[in-house]
Ligand binder design. Structure first.
Ligand SMILES: *Cc1c(COP(=O)(O)O)cnc(C)c1O
Length: 386
C-alpha cells in the first residue's frame, strides 16, 4: 500500500487533530494551473476562497498570481488581508447584505456577480450614496446539470442560484436604466466535484447561445465567468495529486467561442487545495463491536464534515503502522450517528496512539469546522513551517 509522505516524527509530539498542508504540492498545483491556463489567450483564474481561507494558503495562492472569488464580506476581508489586489476580487452570493456590498464598493473590487433584480437595485442605491459606479456581472442559471452529488449541483432551474435565462434580457435592460451600475459580464457556476468534461462542454454550448442572443441586440460583454467545479480524485490522492487542468482548460478553449478582447474567468476552489491537505488524527480506542471493529479517533465531523454532509469518501491511511491489513469503521467522538469518516476500510493494523491521515481534505475541511460539543477548532499547519 503506497502512502503519502508525512513528517511522522514531528507529528508524534503535536496536539491532534490538525490539518497538515503540503505547500510544495500546492505550489506545484498552482504552477500547473498557470501553465495550462497560460496557453490560452484571455484566461484569468481566481481562487474560490470558500474552499479554504487559511491565511498561509491564501498567501501562497496570491503569490502565484491568482485572483480571489468571494462569497461573503468576510472572504473579501480575508482576501484583502492576504494581499489579493481588489481589482482581482469577484464577489458572488444570493444574499449579499448591505455592509458586504459597501465593503466591496469601498475596496473597488473587480466585479459583483449579481443574482437578482432586487439585489441589483440595492447595489445601485448603495453605489449612488458613495458616488461610485459598481461593475456588475449577472449570474445566470444555465439549467445545465452536473453529474455529481445532488447537494452540490447549482446550475439547475430548481436551484436557488442565479437569474433564469429567460429573464436575462430584462435584467440587462433594467441595469441599463440605472446610473450607478455598469454591466460588464456574464457569470455561471454549475456545481462542484465535476469530472466529466461533457458537463463543462454543455455549459460552453449554453454560453455560446446566450452570446449570440445578446449580439443580436448589439450587446457585447467584457468578460465571461464560468465559475469553478473541477473535481479531484478522492480515491487516489497519491497517484493523482494534481487534477487534469489541461483537459479542463482545453475544453473551454475548444468549445467556448470567446469574442476578440473578451476575457474568460475561472473560479477554482477544490481543484486548487483539496489534495494538499490531510486531517491528522490520533486513534483513541479500538472497539470490537458485535459485528465489526471500530477505530475511534480524536477527530470528528466538527473537524471534517464532508463524509457526514455529502456521504463523501476520503482515503484514510494509518501513517504509523506497517502491520497486516485489517478492516475498520473509522469513527469520531461526537454524539451523532453520522460521525463516521469511513465504513469497512482496510488499514494497517491499528492500535491506540496510531496516527491516521484523512486524505484530500484541503478543500471544504478546515473552513467548515464547527465547535459543536464545545470542541476546539482544528489548527492548520503548512509543511514548510514544521
Ligand atoms: C463554490 C463556488 C466555486 C468553487 O467551486 P469548486 O467546486 O470548489 O471549484 C466557484 N464559484 C462559485 C460562485 C462558487 O459558489
Amino acid at each position: 500500500m503506497t502512502k503519502g509522505k508525512f513528517p511522522v516524527e514531528k507529528f508524534q509530539s503535536m496536539q491532534t487533530p490538525f490539518y497538515y498542508y503540503d505547500t510544495e504540492l500546492l505550489r506545484q498545483t498552482l504552477r500547473t494551473i498557470n501553465e495550462e491556463a497560460g496557453k490560452h489567450e484571455g484566461f484569468v483564474v481566481h481562487y474560490a476562497v470558500k474552499a479554504n481561507a487559511n491565511p498561509k494558503l491564501l498567501r501562497i495562492i496570491r503569490e502565484a498570481g491568482l485572483g480571489a472569488d468571494c462569497v461573503s464580506g468576510g472572504e473579501i476581508e480575508a482576501s484583502i488581508k492576504a494581499g489579493f489586489p481588489a481589482n482581482k476580487i469577484v464577489y458572488a452570493g444570493v444574499g449579499k447584505s448591505d455592509w458586504e456590498i459597501n465593503l466591496g464598493l469601498d475596496a473597488d473590487i473587480f466585479c459583483f456577480n449579481v443574482e437578482s433584480v432586487p439585489e441589483l437595485e440595492v447595489i445601485n442605491a448603495l453605489a449612488a450614496e458613495k458616488g461610485k459606479i459598481a461593475r456588475v456581472a449577472f449570474r445566470l442559471n444555465p439549467n445545465v446539470g452536473a453529474h455529481t452529488h445532488a447537494n452540490i449541483t447549482t446550475g439547475l432551474a430548481e436551484n436557488k442560484f442565479g437569474i433564469a435565462m429567460r429573464d436575462m434580457e430584462h435584467v440587462i435592460d433594467e441595469a441599463a436604466k440605472m446610473k450607478n451600475v455598469k454591466f460588464v459580464g456574464l457569470h455561471f457556476h454549475i456545481g462542484s466535484q465535476i469530472l466529466d468534461m461533457g458537463d463543462f462542454e454543455a455549459l460552453c454550448n449554453r454560453v455560446n447561445e446566450l452570446q449570440e442572443q445578446l449580439e443580436s441586440r448589439n450587446i457585447r460583454v467584457e468578460h465571461i465567468n464560468v465559475g469553478g467545479g473541477l473535481g479531484i480524485d478522492y480515491e487516489h490522492p497519491n497517484r493523482v495529486p494534481i487534477p487534469d487542468f489541461k483537459a479542463y482548460f482545453d475544453t473551454y478553449a475548444k468549445k467556448l467561442k470567446l469574442r476578440p478582447g473578451q476575457t474568460l474567468h475561472f473560479e477554482l476552489g477544490r481543484a486548487v487545495v483539496a489534495q494538499c491537505g490531510s486531517l491528522i488524527t490520533r486513534t483513541l480506542y479500538i472497539k470490537e463491536g458485535a459485528v465489526k471493529k471500530f477505530a475511534i479517533v480524536d477527530a470528528g465531523f466538527t473537524d471534517l464534515i464532508r463524509p457526514a454532509l455529502y456521504q463523501a469518501y476520503h482515503k484514510i491511511e494509518n501513517i504509523t503502522s506497517e502491520e497486516a491489513i485489517e478492516t475498520y469503521d473509522v469513527v469520531g467522538p461526537i454524539c451523532e450517528s453520522t460521525d463516521v469518516f469511513c465504513k469497512q476500510i482496510d488499514l494497517n493494523r491499528t492500535t491506540r496512539g496510531d496516527l491516521l491521515a484523512i486524505r484530500s481534505a484541503g478543500a471544504y475541511g478546515e473552513i467548515m469546522a464547527s465547535q459543536y460539543n464545545c470542541r476546539k477548532l482544528p489548527l492548520g499547519y503548512a509543511s514548510d513551517e514544521l
